[in-house]
Design a protein around this ligand. Structure first.
Ligand code: NDP
Length: 240
């Protein structure tokens, strides 16, 4: 049986300077793709082009894409990974705590995807991958802002699938469970222990485990998968 080498793509990962985004960027580099990352501070891993961008600012996203297009070519694979938490019980959550999280996690993904779709529609090819969370579907006490932002990404991906599916563009969601990064290291030990008890795999995951699933969704093998929510959570969200 003959096989052709997978095509090298131009990939953009938002928030690629640390955590899950950094692991995603490393995985795409290892697979031979041309990878750009956005970072507000610091830089992406070796072999990537770092562009400064804040996903809450449409002008900075536009400038980042223009720079990537001139240096690497049009973006073919976009991973909307940048995200924040501002955990607080509802009664104590301010408007600002709510809107900041929505503005980064959900509106940020919208801005990035909207800008990316221009080139993808022209090329009649694209892979859009949105990094959600298991709590987007399960809900989570103390995270009404975060959980709402992450479930919003599912509606976003499914509507994109309906709008852009006929142009060779797929849009999928990856929903990680508990991954060891700065974000989860900030949680109190009791909360970490409580999570661990609920995870059938009985362990937390490494960022690379999310990166592998995302790289596969971007591959030619995943051309007929769109509007899907792929859990990488050790079974925590079963029944979604
Ligand atoms: P980290 O806190 O380690 O990293 C977050 C990344 O997002 C950083 O690169 C950060 O950049 C970037 N970022 C935040 N706000 C903005 C912004 N306004 N503009 C541009 N970049 C921004 O988080 P993780 O790696 O753990 O999380 C990555 C994604 O995965 C997030 O969307 C998160 O919600 C999701 N996730 C994480 C899970 C986990 O267990 N860790 C579980 C489920 C989902 P900077 O360094 O400049 O702050």
């Amino acid at each position: 049986m003959s096989s052709t080498a997978p095509e090298s793509r131009v990939v953009l990962v938002t928030g690629g300077n640390r955590g899950i985004g950094r692991a995603i960027a490393e995985e795409f580099v290892a697979q031979g793709h041309q990878v750009a990352v956005t970072a507000r501070s610091g830089t992406g891993p070796e072999g990537t082009l770092t562009v400064v961008a804040d996903v809450t600012d449409a002008a900075s996203i536009d400038a980042a894409f223009t720079e990537i297009e001139s240096k690497l070519g049009p973006v073919e694979v976009v991973v909307a990974n940048a995200g924040i938490t501002r955990d607080m019980l509802l009664m104590r959550m301010s408007d600002d705590d709510f809107t900041q999280v929505i503005d980064t996690n959900l509106s940020g993904a919208f801005r990035v995807v909207k800008r990316a779709s221009k080139g993808m529609m022209k090329a009649r090819f694209g892979r859009i991958i949105l990094v959600s969370s298991v709590v987007g579907l399960l809900g989570s006490a103390g995270q009404v802002n975060y959980s709402a932002s992450k479930s919003g990404l599912i509606g976003l991906a499914r509507s994109l699938t309906r709008e852009l599916g006929s142009r060779g563009i797929t849009a999928n969601v990856v929903a990680p469970g508990f991954i060891e990064t700065d974000m989860t290291a900030a949680l109190p030990t009791e909360q970490q222990d409580a999570y661990l008890k609920q995870i059938p795999a009985s362990r937390f995951a490494q960022p690379q485990e999310v990166a592998k699933a995302i790289a596969w969704l971007a591959s030619d093998d995943a051309a007929y998968i769109s509007g899907a929510v792929i859990p990488v959570d050790g079974g925590l969200g079963m029944g979604h």
